[in-house]
Design a protein around this ligand. Sequence first.
Ligand SMILES: Cc1ncc(COP(=O)(O)O)c(C=O)c1O
Length: 400
Amino acid sequence: MTDLFSKFDPLIEQRETLLATGLTDPFNLVMERVESPTVAICNGKRTILLGTYNYMGMTFDPDVIAAGKTALDEFGSGTTGSRVLNGTYSGHRAVEQALKDFYAMDHAMVFSTGYQANLGIISTLAGKEDYIVLDIDSHASIYDGCALGNAQIVPFRHNDVEALEKRLKRIPEGAGKLVVLEGVYSMLGDVAPLTEMVRVAKENGAMVLVDEAHSMGFIGANGRGVAEAQGVIGDVDFIIGTFSKSVGTVGGFCVSNHPKFEILRLVCRPYVFTASLPPSVVATAATSIRKLMNSADKRAHLWENSKRLHAGLRQLGFNLGTNEPQSAIIAVLMPDLETGAAMWEALLDEGLYVNLARPPATPAGMTLLRCSLCSEHSSEQVGEILGMFAAAGRATGCIT
Ligand SMILES: Cc1ncc(COP(=O)(O)O)c(C=O)c1O
């Protein structure tokens, strides 16, 4: 019998070698208590959270929590059914209405996760004969959506408008074309040049889908994302998003103005063949989305935090993923996995949690410490964070 696990042997060995040095497992941390969007207890110790997607700090918002409790009392703990059968409650309709209002779009379809939203929309729109042109650094859920639909995949170099145009021009005349982009790329925190990319896509007869998972709530005058900030939201055919980041719960969605959009509810398998979100989740999401419409102050404070952390880390001598802060994500580049893991642990010992990220999640074989800021980080906390980076960086030899 061939052991089907043998393909994982290199990974098992790499992991065992790393843990044999006595290092804490960076992928197995437990949040023993969560006190706020920015503080948790880990290993019995107060830890500042700088590695969550809680960009707008909505997880502890009192209105959001109250909405969830009421829905739990009134509708129970789960729907036990698909959206197309018994799983559409008034709360599912209400959160779709909140999304339509938030984006000022005609249609909104809610999925059980953002992963499933990409999986479902991409695989349903683009089938075997169609072409998907996508940034090579696209999220796993985008690649998995392409694979599920069996479309022809044409990747282009990260954020390279010319490469996108060249690929589009090579696609046979008359073929269905979908360009898939992200507003913010989650590993380096860099933003896509959507203005040029959307123009090029449209000039070449392609539909455009933008995943705004990491920009919703924060980027753009109304928090609609990078497409809004760059003035091209009207030309984007589909926006994909998630409730697991700025919205502060779990779930995914697609919004669109396409007149035939609603048919997707009957043909999109990751929408049909799974249970819908629990009533408490859609109630918290709807409340959070409506509050995000009026969160200009939070957005301004989050930008302040991002700029200050970026400048401070650079001043300390760290190598960062972008020259300027472009989002709430700041990537601190590490020379290798061993150093990255040592720095991750030194930060945890200081009382700071960040994400250790490595291939295949990261581009170009990079290891990095991904820091994501929250609008609820106080200025004092950002100061504390910089102090912790200075101490851990010196202790591990990352900076002098
Ligand atoms: C760009 C992007 N799209 C989609 C997702 C999936 O979101 P969810 O957590 O809701 O499944 C993520 C999650 O990390 C993401 O980064």
